[in-house]
Design a protein around this ligand. Structure first.
Ligand SMILES: [Zn+2]
Length: 114
């Protein structure tokens, strides 16, 4: 009868599989583990933050990346917070006028009916 694998699982259960000849481990646990290479992250470039409109464009860029699962929520939160700070210290200009409100209130497609 072959010996049992010496590997112990994280919950302290022994592996129990038969060992490979000349090894104290089974076929699965005798193989050397290759570390999974980390996938290089693609650079996430934002437009230069020169005015409030470019800050708005950057925030849309971030939200689009989150929606497409290209940017994790933690990084997005950090970036949006930085954009909020940038917006707070960027002076308003005449181009930053608020568009006139529409005669009908827009409805949110995800809101429940009233
Ligand atoms: Zn094993």
């Amino acid at each position: 009868m072959p010996a049992s694998c010496h590997h112990t699982h994280p919950d302290n259960r022994p592996c129990g599989s038969p060992t490979v000849t000349g090894s104290p481990y089974c076929f699965h646990h005798a193989r050397p583990r290759k570390p999974t290479p980390a996938r290089p992250r693609r650079a996430f470039a934002l437009p230069p933050l020169t005015d409030r409109k470019s800050i708005q464009a950057a925030s849309r860029h971030i939200l689009d990346a989150v929606a497409r699962n290209k940017l994790d929520a933690h990084r997005a939160t950090t970036m949006l917070y930085a954009l909020q700070i940038a917006a707070n210290v960027t002076p308003r200009t005449a181009d930053d006028t608020i568009p006139p409100s529409s005669p009908t209130e827009p409805t949110c497609p995800t809101s429940p009916p009233r």
